[in-house]
Every structure is written in structure tokens, then in C-alpha cells.
Design a protein around this ligand. Structure first.
Ligand code: ADP
Ligand code: MG
Length: 1014
């Protein structure tokens, strides 16, 4: 056991200054806080001495790592004291400081009294702890030689000091405790001196200092395995620690590269300091860290960190919105951070895709923060984390010969018996320090080398010593020589992952033999608090330990790991589904793995579409790997593909090249029409995304024909919302009207929710079709649709808004009045908070178009800005490309209004070409009118002819008969043309017909414009 003694420095002086009463108060507070710390590390508070405390670790309950826990507690108590001292200083003007001493050994212990303070330990070791306390510097922690020995390798210690203590003649050895931590296991371990890397270190040092000054940076550290990436990062971490800068680390692991959110969650957990806390304490901590965040955003954040309260439902929002909000939350917190920090992402070549893209978003603000981000990866990685804005890269080359020689000589020593061995090793290691270390370890274990690290002698004639040819072979040779128990432990651990606990090993039926493995430096203890945890010394060791097992043995362990992950916490099974699936897949249980992959997809679908997509991809691969005679093979090959196709456009993936064809083939073979319909809907969205309006519309007709032949109402409802929208774009209004009518009749049936509330949207569709065809009832349709969706789910509401206000305003049907604008703004806000990119884009587009129709230049200016955002989304593939031309039309219109007609006209020409080329008629109508108007206003040579040609082109565009919406615009254009020609009679005739038609139809936009014509 280890005894901890803590005492307040100069307590008598403090009593004199503040009075006994106040001193008691301060001491009580200190006792409270210290008790909490002692408990956290599993210790027992055994005595309250009035101005100090005594605590015991490792008794009455035995614990192996009592010394480490006591050290952690000692530092924790000092931290608490510093915090309390600041308050005391403010209030009482005195310095409160504590000395702490630790000593380890056998203690005769017994119960005296009861309760928290009832446990007392006596013995000479207690006295030694007290003496260590007495020689500790104020604010410091002193360890006796026995404690220091126990924590060597996991703690950072000062140089040994000889101190004189009361009652002893001889001075005794004592060590100052400087630090200890979960990843500090290498601090103080016999790590060889850093050789070379001076240029790299000074480069990072410069960046670190700039970061501390508030100019952060992202640095990639790239190089092959074993070359020294992690070492460089450790050196930087030590540098940071020396400047009192916090370091937060997350490791990526080869077996977890398909587990979404894993790395980002780990890094954020570290950065928010919730690593060791239970979920509810963690949630409190997060709220203390980001006090201004919105409660809903915090729920999302909890979920991301894996500390969500199972009793509280997640906000119902789309994954895209979730992502926007989390990014905003994290980036705001980074920007608000005043104290410098270093963040490390290790082995990014194994990062999961979702973490990668989230981190990439977080990195964008780093230059404006006091943070240094280090990302290590192998050369083959070229993902987003290599391309942060202004990212610097440090490529680690092999050590040069003299550096390798220096390293080898430090490892081996200089004994003459070694002969030419150092040269052989250096040559074989080829500048890879890890290889050099492993060769030495291997030779020592083989018995070729005798003695200690740094002082070896050769036991055999070195001339015939063989050295394995590769780093992998060296590691394999070392593993091969382990005794069976250790080997089994290492093998099972490799199946579990890079880090593992003893409980899991035991539950797999493996008797953990970790001590040997730690001694052999194959693994390290990486967690000392709570349940100890171990990690592989290097990822390559895990890889070799994994590969070197028989496949069948490995499979069995994988199967057990899967069961072990699932069983203790069935509630968390969804969250762990991806991990369970990985293990089952590796175990060869394909059916089970398939099921878990699909389950992981469903879990992820509300969180991140890319994550869901990745799970379905895995499910698809597993399904394809099933034996040909498996009776379920066909149907389970179809299901993931149908999901993939249906959601592809949301992750900006194209399916037209192969995935859709695969689905089609399989569906044909199985006679599975509904799944094919899902795929077709996905393909329609893809066409639209790329601006292939005509293809989208054609496929929509095919899809509807198929859906009608199936005759399943829910399927019809589910898919027709997407198909109808294509008909508007190409001007096939009769079809749109017919289908929306069907939809309205069917809408009360259950629907899949992908496209929002069907009845309201169907009404908005019918309203649109009706007004385009000049049929009565459109206003009523719009009003009902708006009323049904107001305050409801933003996806449906935005769709309704887009038609009832956006489409209708652009067509001159309605005016963009104040009320309309308010409603659009509100819809945009809720889209921002809870909807996907496509919905957000639609809301922005609608607002942009409405603002473009306003009288006030300031509003129109804002409209341009909003449309600019839409444009950007189109270019990034986050919104339908066909909107690009429409956006350009309104931009050009505004330009013309500001007098820049020449460039406005060329921009309009290009946009109109685009519209007509892709078959996009709807915006082609007002676009033609704007061009005609602008040409006529300019009135240069040829403008009149061009205006006439533009009109002819619009007239000739294929569309349904009775397309009133086109006719009314044409009347206006013809009136303007006649007037420009000087044909007053013609002008007046068209103008009056235009006015009459506008009034007849009740198209307020046209009524106003017609009224304004002279
Ligand atoms: N420049 C160096 N000088 C001395 N030892 C080094 C150096 N670089 C790496 N090492 C040692 O080599 C081993 C492997 O390095 P590590 O940083 O883990 O490699 P990587 O992360 O690139 O795979 C570690 O034990 C490390 O301490
Ligand atoms: Mg590494």
C-alpha cells in the first residue's frame, strides 16, 4: 500500500492572520475537495489531522497499482489546492499551500472507529510518508525511494535528492513527483535519447510558440512505420508540457477505420476532459466547458461523445443539420479558447471517414486559435487531414548513418565482444529506429546478447549471428519465442484492438499474462486509474501478432469479442453495431455480420448519412461474399444496394456508373420491383444534382409507370414527391397535375417520411400545376399546404414554401410581400437548424428569389448574397446543379438594374443556353423575359433581333398545351418588343391582353407589372 500525507504550509501563521474560525472553514473545504480526489483514485481517507490529511491506497482493498493511484491523487489534491488558494487569496489575502509526501510499503492496518475517517494505518512507513511531506517544497509532492521505484516508468520524477529527516542519522533518497498520466507511460521509461530530427524539432517548436501567441497551425507528420512519428509528437508534447500547454491525443486504429465517429469522439472527449468520468459527470463537465451553447446542441454533442443520457431523446433533426450545428459548436468553443493547447491525431491513415470529415471542418478555424494540431500518418494517406488550410508537412526520412550508429551504440553499449554487430544492425535497420530497437530486443531475447540495455555483451561469435531481414520478421521472431500463455494473451489482445483491458481478455477465456508482455516491451500499461488498460507498444506489433495467428483461432476470438461487446450493455448495442459487425465479419459469420452492418446503418442514418452509407457498403460486401447456394443471398444483396442507391445523392455519390445497374440486375432476377423503385428515385436525384433535368423527367415517368403497375399506395406516395418535381422543371404540367391529384387521394396512407409530409406537399404541387395551366383553385391549394406545414417538419414546410412562394413569385403569380418574406425567413431558419443541405438550399433559393423581386435595393442586395450561398452549394455538389443557371439569371438581372447591361446580357445568354440545353423550362420563362427586357433597354444594333429570337426559342420549347404561365409572359415580352419597334398599336394590343389575362388569372405579380406599363 501507499500512504499519502498532506499538510498545509505555515498553518499557524494562517490561523493568526484569519482566525481559528476561518481556518476551520478553509480546512473543511480543502478536506472536502481532497476527499473527492482520494475517492476518485480508489483511496481511503484515514485521518484528518486538523491541518492536514492522511490517505491510504491499496488497503483495505489490495490494488496492484496503489503507488500510481496515490501519485495521481497527490497531484489532483495539489490542483484542487491551487484552485482553492486562488479563492482564499482573493478573500483573505493569504497564501494557501500544501505539501504532500508519499511512501509505499507494508503497513499494519486495522479498523479504529468507523466511517470515512475510521480507517487508520500505523507503522514506520506512515512515519516515512510524513517525513517526505516535511521535506516537500510548498505546492510539491515528494516520493520516498520505495514509491519512486513503483512508479518508475509511469511517472515523471525529478533527480533523486538526498534529504535529511528528523530522527534519522543518514540522509535518505527522495524524488520530487513532476507528473503522471495516462499516456505518460513513456515518460521516465528507458527511451533512447532522441537522435537527429533537429530541423524538424525546431520547425515544430517555432509553430508551437506561434500557436501559443494565438496563431495556430496544423502540422502533418508523415513517414513510414517505426520511423519516429509518434516519438516526434511525444517530444513536442514534452515541449508543450514544459510551457504548461495542455496536450490532447486521439489514436486511430487499423481495425476501427470503419467505425464512424470513433476518432473525433475520442479527441473531443480528451479535449473536454471527460475521459475518465461517468456519463452524468461528463455531461456536467461539458456544460461547464461550453456554458453558452444551446441545450439542443449540447444533446447532440453528448451523443457524439457517447455520453448521452439514455432517458433524453435526441433532437429530431437531419444529419446534415446535426453536422452544421456540431461544427458551429466546436468551432465556437475553439475560437473562444484562450489557453493554448496541442491536439494530436495519431495514425490518420486509419481514421474513419466521418471523423475525418468532421475534423477537417474543425481544422478550418485553427489558425485563429492558440492551438497546434499534429496529425501523424503514413505516406499512403492523402485524405482531408493532409490538406487543412495552410497545413505544414514534416516528412520524416530515415535516420542518416551516424544517427543510426549513435542510436545502436546507445542500445548496445561499447563492449568489445560485440565486434561488428553494431554495424550489422545499423545496416539492417536502414535508418528506421524502431527496427534497430527491435533487432536488439530480439537478439537479447534469443540470448545472443547478454546483460542490460546499453551494456550488452555478445554471447556467441557475432560473425554468424543472423538478423531477421525485415522489421515484421523481427517482431514475428520475438512473438514466436514467447511462452504459450503470453503468446495467447498477445494474440487475443491483437484481435480486440490496439487497447485492451483485462476484463475483456478474461471474458474471452484467456488468462491474461500481461506482466511478461510489458517486460518484453511488446505492450504498455496505458491506463492506471480505474481498471487498468494496456496498449500495444507499436501498431506494427499488433499487426504482426494478429497476422501470425491461425485464421481459425483468430475467428473464434473475434466471435467471442463480438459477443462480449454486445452482452454487457444491450442498450448500447446500436452504437456498437459497426464494431460488432467488424468482429463477426472477421469471424466469418457473414449472416450475422450482415445484420449488424445493416443495424449500424439504421443507427447512423439519423446521425451522419456518410456513416450510414459506409455501413451499407460493408453490408453489401458481406452479402456478395455469401456462398452462391445461400438461399437468402439474392434478397440480402438487394437490400443494402437499395438503401445505397436511395441515399447516394445525399452523400454526393453517383450511382449511375455501376451501383444502379447492379441493383437493377438483382431486382430483375428476384422480381423485386419496390427495391428497384428506391434505386430509381436515387437516380432521379442524381440526374437533378448534375443538372440533367430532361433525363430526370424521363426516368420519373418510367418510375411512375412502374409504381402504378405495382399498385402499392405507400410506394406510390413515397416516390411520387420526387418524381412530380421533375415535371415542373420541364413544363409537363398536365402530368404533374394528374400525379399530384393521385397523391392527394392516397396521401393519408402511411409514408416513409423521406420526402416529408406528402399531403401538404402534394397540395403545393397541385397548386403549382393549376396556376401554370390557369386552372382555378391554386390559391386555395397553396393556403392549405402552408397552413398544414407551418411549425411542422421543416422538410415539408420548405418544400411548400418553395412552391407557394418561390416558384409562384418567380412566375409572376404572387408578390413577394412582407408576410411572404417573413414566412420564408422563418422557414430558412428552421431549415438551418434542423434540415439537410438540399432543404437548406431550397429555403435559401426561395428567399433569394423573393428578395430579388423586392423594391428596396438593400433587400435585393441581400438577395444576391443569399443566392451566392446557393451558388456555392451547387458548386460543392450540395445542391441541385440545375439551380445554378436560375441563380445566375437573378444575379444578372440585378446587374442590369444597376446599369451594367453588357455583362448582364452575356451572363443571361449563357444561363438561358444552359436552361434550354438541360430541358429546364420553368426558369427559362422568366429568364427569357429578363433577357428580352434588358436587350430592348440597351437597344444596340442587333438587340431587337436577338430579343425576337429569344422569344421564338421560348415559344418553340416543348411543353404541354395550355401552358398559361408561358403565354402570359409571352404577352408581356411581345408588348415590349412592339413598343421598341415603335409599333404603338401592337404594343397597346398586347399590353391590354396582358393586363386582362393577369387580372383574369389573379396573378398578382403580372397585375402589378402590367399596371406599371405605360
Ligand atoms: N530520432 C529518434 N531517436 C531515437 N529513437 C527514436 C527516434 N525516432 C523514433 N525512435 C524510437 O523508435 C521507436 C518507433 O518510433 P515511433 O515514433 O513509434 O514510430 P512511428 O510512430 O513513426 O511508427 C520508438 O521506440 C521511438 O522511441
Ligand atoms: Mg506511431
Amino acid at each position: 500500500m501507499t500512504v499519502l500525507f498532506a499538510d498545509v504550509v505555515h498553518s499557524m501563521d494562517i490561523a493568526a492572520a484569519v482566525g481559528a474560525e476561518r481556518l476551520r472553514e478553509i480546512m473543511a473545504e480543502l478536506l472536502d475537495r481532497s476527499t473527492a480526489v482520494v475517492k476518485r483514485y480508489g483511496g481511503t481517507l484515514s485521518q484528518f489531522t486538523g491541518d492536514g490529511i492522511m490517505a491510504v491506497f491499496g488497503a483495505p482493498v489490495a490494488m496492484e497499482d496503489h503507488a500510481v493511484r496515490a501519485c495521481l491523487a497527490a497531484l489532483g489534491i495539489q490542483d484542487e489546492t491551487v484552485r482553492l488558494a486562488a479563492e482564499v487569496k482573493d478573500r483573505d489575502g493569504i497564501d494557501l499551500r500544501l505539501r504532500v509526501g508519499l511512501n509505499s510499503g507494508q503497513v499494519i492496518a486495522g479498523e479504529i472507529g468507523s466511517g470515512a475517517l475510521g480507517y487508520t494505518a500505523i507503522g514506520e512507513h506512515v512515519g516515512m510518508a510524513q517525513r517526505m511531506e516535511s521535506v516537500a517544497p510548498p505546492g510539491g509532492v515528494m516520493l520516498s525511494a520505495s514509491t519512486a521505484r513503483l512508479v518508475d516508468g509511469s511517472a515523471a520524477l525529478g533527480e533523486p535528492q538526498m534529504v535529511r529527516i528528523k530522527g534519522a542519522d543518514e540522509p535518505v533518497r527522495a524524488h520530487r513527483l513532476l507528473g503522471i498520466g495516462e499516456r505518460h507511460h513513456t515518460v521516465g521509461r528507458a527511451e533512447s535519447t532522441l537522435v537527429g530530427r533537429r530541423r524538424e524539432m525546431s520547425a515544430v517548436e517555432g509553430l508551437l510558440d506561434r500557436a501559443i501567441d494565438g496563431h495556430g497551425a496544423v502540422v502533418g507528420v508523415v513517414g513510414s512505420p517505426g520511423i519516429g512519428k509518434s516519438r516526434l509528437v511525444r517530444e513536442v508534447a514534452a515541449m508543450a508540457a514544459a510551457r504548461s500547454v495542455d496536450v490532447f491525443t486521439a489514436f486511430c486504429e487499423s481495425h476501427a477505420s470503419d467505425i464512424p465517429f470513433r476518432v473525433v469522439a475520442r479527441l473531443l472527449r480528451a479535449a473536454t476532459g471527460v475521459g475518465d468520468l461517468d456519463a452524468s459527470a461528463a455531461r456536467r463537465q461539458v456544460r461547464a466547458r461550453v456554458p453558452d451553447a444551446e441545450p439542443e446542441d449540447l444533446l447532440l454533442f453528448d451523443d457524439l461523445l457517447g455520453i448521452a443520457d439514455p432517458e433524453v431523446a435526441l433532437p429530431k433533426i437531419d444529419p446534415h443539420a446535426r453536422r452544421r450545428r456540431l461544427t458551429a459548436l466546436v468551432n465556437a468553443a475553439s475560437l473562444a479558447r484562450k489557453t493554448p493547447a496541442v491536439y494530436v491525431v495519431e495514425d490518420a491513415h486509419w481514421i474513419d471517414e466521418v471523423s475525418e470529415s468532421m475534423l477537417a471542418d474543425f481544422l478550418t478555424v485553427i489558425p485563429q486559435t492558440p492551438s497546434l494540431v499534429l496529425v501523424t500518418y503514413r505516406r499512403e494517406y492523402d485524405g482531408a487531414l493532409t490538406r487543412a488550410h495552410g497545413q505544414q508537412t514534416i516528412a520524416l526520412e530515415p535516420l542518416i548513418d551516424p544517427e543510426t550508429a549513435a542510436l545502436v551504440s546507445e542500445l548496445l553499449g561499447q563492449d568489445p565482444s560485440l565486434g561488428g554487430l553494431p554495424d550489422t544492425i545499423a545496416a539492417r535497420a536502414a535508418g528506421n529506429p524502431f527496427f534497430a530497437e527491435e533487432i536488439v530486443r530480439e537478439l537479447a531475447e534469443r540470448g545472443v546478447l547478454r546483460g542490460q540495455r546499453g551494456a550488452y555483451m555478445s554471447a556467441a561469435g557475432v560473425a554468424e549471428v543472423s538478423v531477421p531481414a525485415t522489421l515484421q520478421a523481427t517482431i514475428a521472431a520475438r512473438i514466436d519465442r514467447l511462452d504459450p500463455k503470453a503468446k495467447r494473451t498477445l494474440g487475443a489482445a491483437a484481435v480486440i484492438g490496439s487497447r485492451f483491458g483485462l476484463d475483456l481478455l478474461t471474458s474471452l477465456g484467456v488468462e491474461p499474462a500481461v506482466a511478461d508482455l510489458v517486460a518484453a516491451e511488446l505492450i504498455d500499461q496505458v491506463r492506471f486509474t480505474g481498471r487498468p488498460e494496456y496498449g500495444f507498444h507499436h501498431p506494427l506489433i499488433r499487426a504482426v501478432a494478429y497476422e501470425s495467428q491461425l485464421k481459425s483461432d483468430r475467428a473464434e476470438v473475434h466471435r467471442r469479442v463480438a459477443a462480449a461487446i454486445e452482452s454487457p450493455d444491450p442498450a448500447a448495442a446500436d452504437e456498437n453495431a459497426a464494431l460488432i459487425a467488424e468482429h463477426l465479419e472477421a469471424a466469418g459469420d457473414l449472416h450475422a455480420a450482415y445484420g449488424w452492418h445493416m443495424r449500424a446503418g439504421v443507427w447512423a442514418l439519423t446521425r451522419d448519412v456518410a456513416a450510414a452509407w459506409a455501413s451499407w457498403q460493408r453490408a453489401r460486401q458481406v452479402a456478395d461474399a455469401l456462398p452462391a447456394d445461400d438461399s437468402d443471398r439474392l434478397s440480402i444483396r438487394i437490400a443494402p444496394r437499395a438503401w445505397l442507391c436511395a441515399s447516394a445523392f445525399r452523400v454526393h455519390v453517383d450511382i449511375s456508373d455501376s451501383l444502379f445497374e447492379e441493383l437493377q440486375e438483382l431486382c430483375t432476377a428476384a422480381g423485386d420491383k419496390p427495391s428497384l423503385v428506391d434505386g430509381m428515385a436515387g437516380l432521379i436525384a442524381e440526374h437533378l444534382r448534375h443538372g440533367r433535368v430532361r433525363e430526370a423527367s424521363r426516368l420519373a415517368s418510367e418510375t411512375m409507370a412502374l409504381v402504378e403497375s405495382i399498385g402499392k399506395p405507400d410506394l406510390t406516395v413515397g416516390v411520387s414527391l420526387a418524381t412530380i418535381s421533375t415535371k415542373f422543371l420541364v413544363g409537363e404540367m398536365a402530368e404533374a397535375l394528374r400525379w399530384s391529384q393521385t397523391l392527394i387521394e392516397l396521401a393519408p396512407v402511411k409514408w416513409n417520411g423521406i420526402h416529408g409530409s406528402p399531403l401538404a406537399v402534394a397540395l403545393a404541387y397541385r397548386g403549382t400545376a393549376r396556376c401554370a395551366l390557369g386552372r382555378a383553385g391554386w390559391r386555395d391549394d397553396f393556403d392549405r399546404a402552408l397552413a398544414m406545414t407551418r411549425g411542422g417538419d421543416p422538410m415539408s414546410h420548405t418544400a411548400v414554401i418553395a412552391y407557394a412562394y418561390g416558384f409562384a413569385t418567380a412566375g409572376g403569380v404572387r408578390l413577394a410581400d412582407d408576410a411572404a418574406l417573413r414566412e420564408i425567413e422563418a422557414a430558412l431558419q428552421s431549415a438551418e437548424r434542423s434540415s439537410e443541405d438540399y432543404v437548406l438550399g431550397r429555403a435559401r433559393f426561395t428567399l433569394g428569389v423573393a428578395l430579388a423581386h423586392r423594391a428596396s435595393p438593400a433587400e435585393r442586395e441581400r438577395g444576391l448574397a443569399v443566392l451566392g450561398q446557393v451558388r456555392e452549394m451547387c458548386l460543392e455538389g450540395r445542391f441541385y446543379r440545375f439551380s445554378l443557371a436560375a441563380v445566375d439569371i437573378y444575379t444578372a438581372l440585378e446587374r442590369a438594374r444597376c446599369g451594367d447591361r453588357d455583362s448582364a446580357i452575356s451572363q443571361m445568354r449563357a444561363a438561358i443556353d444552359d436552361l434550354f440545353h438541360s430541358g429546364h423550362l420553368w426558369y427559362g420563362i422568366p429568364a427569357t423575359a429578363f433577357l428580352v427586357e434588358t436587350l430592348l433597354e440597351r437597344g444596340a444594333a442587333g438587340d431587337l433581333a436577338e430579343a425576337e429570337a429569344a422569344i421564338t426559342r421560348l415559344v418553340a420549347a416543348p411543353a404541354d398545351d395550355g401552358l398559361v404561365i408561358r403565354e402570359i409572359w409571352l404577352l408581356r415580352m411581345r408588348a415590349l418588343l412592339d413598343r421598341a419597334r415603335g409599333d404603338e398599336t401592337g404594343y397597346r394590343d398586347y399590353r391590354d391582353r396582358y393586363r386582362a389575362m393577369a387580372t383574369d388569372l389573379g396573378f398578382e405579380g403580372h397585375m402589378a407589372w402590367a399596371e406599371a406599363m405605360p
